[in-house]
Design a protein around this ligand. Structure first.
Ligand code: LLP
Length: 423
């Protein structure tokens, strides 16, 4: 029975393809992140095919922030993806993963002058977050100018992940957009791009129709008033995935239809490269997080204690996010227990699931958390002194490759100096 994406129940255990994940967790140890390459490829193709058959000049720049494992980045690079980065650190990871400067786009927020200069000198395209950010480097007369525009609306699953609209720190408000491009032109820029990102985890196709309609309208006005063309139009990421069983996946064909229709109707030329920056959609459902049940406490409310806490999966504590959890070695039993699933962190927000129904668990059982490919490892920490987990890839051929080693205790003090003040 298929459980989710590439993960299925075979004889009571969770499998990906031919790989028994319960067995893998026992061999490699927990916590363990297991990624299916096949799913990464399918997700990439789903966006690429839906858009590129409707609009020729189309490019995906994978948002590194969602999951910055270099092997995963390399898989997307080999498929033709670029890399969307938010910091010099992400640029470093992208270059380590084989992306050339031409294939990296940089959308920083409140970056210092040195960072912007360095990125520009590396030949990386920048989506400037504000007019003054561009002015930081105006004296070197950049030839390209692209600005992140806040289209005055946004959308996302939680207030914390909405980045467009009036109450956010991102981009240039639409009423100032024209001034940004005027200024860039005054400083000698001759090639222009335009960018937006309205928020994350949107499962409504209609959202993409409305926000691109608004955004392309802003782009059109700039083109008309300044008599310029855009070499690229970047609509950011935000494509959602279902976390709850009852949620429907995004209909990518419809999203692509809405976006490309808007582009043709409003921009009216097939010249600009249409770019998207998906993070979550490409990686979320490719990965499960496997953990072990350490101990169960039951004084009325049953608490299942595991080796997965907010140190690894921060989203529930940070946004109240829901992740589906199953007992990976008892899939043949019906979910019978209503429990809270916690880790070992000294915080009461250390919950990875609350009031959730799962199979009755015992100590030593393996639990699996779905949708662990996006914003899990990349948001993890060593809080309370826990090393980060190992990451494993199941390749298209069913091979198992360790793509990141488990951290060790000495990683917890890496960088700390042994200095005279300690003694
Ligand atoms: N481009 C820009 C400029 C962004 O700021 C983001 C995400 C993306 C692309 C990728 O968005 P996606 O396709 O993944 O929705 N930590 C939160 C998500 C925050 C996303 C922030 N920006 C979470 O765990 O849900």
């Amino acid at each position: 029975m298929k459980y989710y994406a590439d993960f299925e129940n075979k004889g009571g255990n969770l499998y990906s393809g031919e790989v028994d994940l319960v067995d893998l967790a026992r061999r490699e140890g927990t916590p363990l992140l297991v990624t299916s390459e096949r799913r990464l490829v399918d997700n990439y193709n789903s966006i690429y095919e839906s858009f590129s058959k409707r609009y020729k000049k189309f490019k995906i720049n994978y948002a590194v922030k969602a999951n910055s494992n270099p092997t995963i980045l390399s898989i997307f690079r080999r498929m033709g993806s670029g890399a969307d980065t938010a910091s010099m650190g992400e640029i470093y990871i992208a270059r380590f993963s084989g992306f050339g400067s031409d294939d990296i786009i940089f959308t920083p927020n409140f970056a210092p002058r040195e960072t912007l200069l360095e990125a520009y000198r590396m030949g990386i395209r920048i989506n400037f977050d504000d007019i003054g950010q561009f002015q930081f480097i105006a004296d070197i007369k950049p030839r390209h100018a692209s600005f992140r525009i806040n289209p005055g609306m946004g959308g996302g699953e939680f207030p914390g992940i909405v980045t467009g609209g009036h109450d956010t720190k991102f981009g240039i408000p639409e009423e100032h957009a024209l001034r940004a491009y005027k200024l860039a032109r005054k400083y000698g820029a001759g090639e222009f791009g335009i960018h937006m990102h309205g928020g994350s985890n949107n499962l409504s196709e209609e959202y993409f129709r409305l926000i691109t309609q608004k955004f392309f309208g802003i782009a059109r006005r700039i083109m008309d008033e300044l008599n310029i063309e855009f070499s690229f139009i970047d609509i950011g990421g935000g494509f959602g995935v279902p976390y709850r069983e009852e949620e429907k996946p995004l209909d990518m064909e419809r999203v692509a239809d809405y976006v490309t229709e808007n582009l043709k109707n409003i921009i009216g030329s097939e010249e600009p490269m249409l770019m998207v920056e998906p993070g979550r959609y490409l990686v979320a459902d490719s990965t499960v997080l496997l953990g072990r049940v350490n101990y169960i406490k039951n004084y009325g409310k049953k608490i299942v204690g595991t080796d997965i806490g907010m140190n690894i999966l921060l989203r529930p504590a940070l946004y109240g996010a829901y992740h589906r959890i199953v007992v990976a070695n008892r899939l043949d039993s019906p979910p019978a227990d209503t429990v809270r699933v916690v880790g070992q962190i000294c915080e009461n927000t250390d919950r990875i699931g609350d009031e959730i129904k799962i199979q009755e668990a015992s100590e030593g059982d393996i639990i699996a958390v779905f949708n662990a490919g996006a914003y899990v490892y990349s948001m993890s920490s060593n809080y309370n002194g826990f090393p980060r987990p190992e990451e494993v890839l199941i390749t298209r051929n069913g091979e198992i490759i360790i793509i990141r080693e488990r951290e060790r205790y000495h990683d917890l003090i890496s960088g700390a100096t042994l200095n005279r003040y300690m003694f």
